[in-house]
Write a protein that binds this ligand. Structure first.
Ligand code: ZN
Length: 501
């Protein structure tokens, strides 16, 4: 059995989950289900990132202790994953003790091997980003953060630094040698040109407790007392602490990860810090970092201050969970930005789901009931061909291609009904074999669609499977086989997707 380890980022608990979180996690769930159905040993990890200044501030604003604040946010994530039928295997919180122990073990190892060292920093610092700005930009005569362009302040303090810079050539070489290490290509090129243009600075991985209390305390000794770990250094390590790090003999140990799924805003920590941290720890880099775009709402980036955050629960209550999952995967090519609107959802819902898929099932079952007493007929000559590349797209994150291949097939099914006109065939005894072939073939097609759509729309697929009278659970056995459903007694239910007016 080949194993498949995939992760979402750990979501920062400074606010409730929204469309952006839902998108990453739905993609991850589809991939996990796709691989499970293929028989791979899947480990699907998600969780929450709970340390750092922003959480400390958000907690203070809410009048809560940081851990208490995180405890109040985490159930909102778990509830949304339940609503969206997310089948994660493990939910990690960076406040879990096995994680904090693993982070301390990694820090200790890197310090003892001289890969982390102390240094006094005297210079500019961006408070909201929690980053040092050795070369600030100047705007209106004032120094600002080169990343976020907010005012910065001067600080002088002793900290611990990770020797990121030493690995610059190794990392550039690794990315150049491995086409699929960062996908899509635009993101890969972005990282490569960054590595060519700039000298990688060592990474400050500590914060003095005088400035920030809320973090994983650095182990003392070997570190001086009074420091907590920089939140990114802590959070990234979750991908291995969840597997039992530092115990690599742990039965859960399945490194390297096959896929880290992330949004483009966190490309740098995942494509630069993380592979270097692993290299320094003597571990392999992940196989793929897959980077998706952002969702805009009516053309604007979603944000709390703009008040345009679309609550996934509201949309699911309106359209159903499967329509929501389908929309997220179908509407936007992976890696691009997308625009969310109810108008676009309505369009997809009525055209793709109600008209194309829903009608194909409903018409087929109605006619099997009418002409064959509800039993799927045997047939010899097949009118339904199985296109060769229905599954193309999954391994390259091209979900649009995978889905549009399936919908082209659904169109062929509906066209077959319109052209052969079973209601005309039913009137002539000489046409019985043709009628059997049309309806038996369509039943087999729908059975195959139930299997191939399951990763994206699990409840709908199970519903199709049941209505066709297929026995047991959905499995890829006889994925496409003419006659696989013959003899089954269909159980037509209500339309899968009632049309929205
Ligand atoms: Zn900044």
């Amino acid at each position: 059995m080949s194993r498949y380890y995939l992760t979402t980022p750990l979501y920062y608990v400074n606010a409730a989950p929204h469309l952006g979180h839902a998108y990453t996690t739905v993609i991850a769930d589809c991939l996990a289900r796709y691989h499970r159905l293929k028989g791979d040993g899947v480990f699907f990890l998600t969780g929450t990132d709970e340390h750092g200044q922003k959480i400390e501030q958000a907690a203070a604003a809410a009048g809560k202790a940081p851990k208490e604040f995180a405890d109040s946010i985490v159930p909102g994530f778990k509830k949304l994953w339940e609503t969206l039928h997310i089948s994660y295997d493990h939910f990690i919180r960076t406040t879990d003790s096995y994680h904090t122990d693993g982070v301390r073990a990694a820090l200790e190892k890197l310090f003892k091997e001289g890969k982390i060292y102390p240094k006094t920093y005297d210079g500019w610092y961006c408070v909201p980003d929690e980053t040092f700005c050795p070369k600030p930009d100047i705007e209106n005569g004032k120094p600002v953060c080169p990343d976020c362009h907010r005012p910065i302040e001067q600080i002088k303090e002793k900290n611990y630094f990770f020797k990121l810079g030493e690995y610059q050539n190794w990392l550039a070489g690794h990315i150049e040698k491995n086409d699929s290490f960062i996908v899509p290509k635009t993101r890969r090129n972005e990282v490569l040109s960054f590595l060519k243009d700039q000298k990688l600075q060592d990474l400050c991985i500590s914060r003095p407790k005088a400035r920030l209390e809320w973090g994983i305390e650095m182990p003392s000794p070997p570190f001086e007392p009074g420091y907590v770990t920089y939140v990114w250094f802590d959070a990234l390590l979750n991908y291995i602490t969840a597997l039992g790090y530092p115990d690599m003999k742990n039965p859960k140990w399945i490194w390297p990860a096959d896929v880290h799924l992330i949004g483009k805003d966190i490309l740098r920590p995942h494509a630069i810090y993380w592979p270097v941290m692993l290299k320094a720890l003597g571990l392999e880099p992940p196989k793929t970092v897959a980077v998706h775009g952002w969702w805009l709402v009516e053309g604007e980036k979603m944000s709390k201050s703009r008040g345009n955050i679309v609550d996934p629960h509201t949309i699911v209550a309106e359209y159903g969970v499967d329509a929501y999952r389908y929309f997220l995967l179908r509407e936007v090519p992976f890696g691009h930005d997308g625009t969310f609107s109810e108008k676009a959802m309505d369009k997809r819902y009525n055209a793709d789901l109600a008209n194309d898929l829903g009608n194909l099932l409903h018409r087929t079952l109605t006619m099997i009931e009418k002409y064959f007493g509800g039993v799927v007929p045997c047939y010899t000559q097949s009118f339904v061909g199985m296109p060769a590349d229905l599954e193309k797209g999954w391994d390259s994150f091209d979900f649009q291609k995978a889905i549009s291949g399936l919908w082209a097939w659904i169109d062929q099914g509906n066209t077959l009904i319109d052209e052969r006109k079973p209601w005309v065939l039913a009137k002539a005894a000489a046409k019985t074999e043709e009628l059997k072939a049309v309806l038996g073939g369509l039943a087999d097609m729908l059975r195959t669609l139930a299997i191939l759509l399951w990763p994206i729309m699990p409840s709908t697929s199970e519903n199709i499977w049941k209505q066709l009278g297929c026995p047991g659970k959905i499995s890829r056995e006889k994925l496409w086989a003419a006659g696989a459903s013959s003899g089954q007694k269909v159980q037509k239910g209500r339309p899968l997707f009632p049309r929205r007016e």
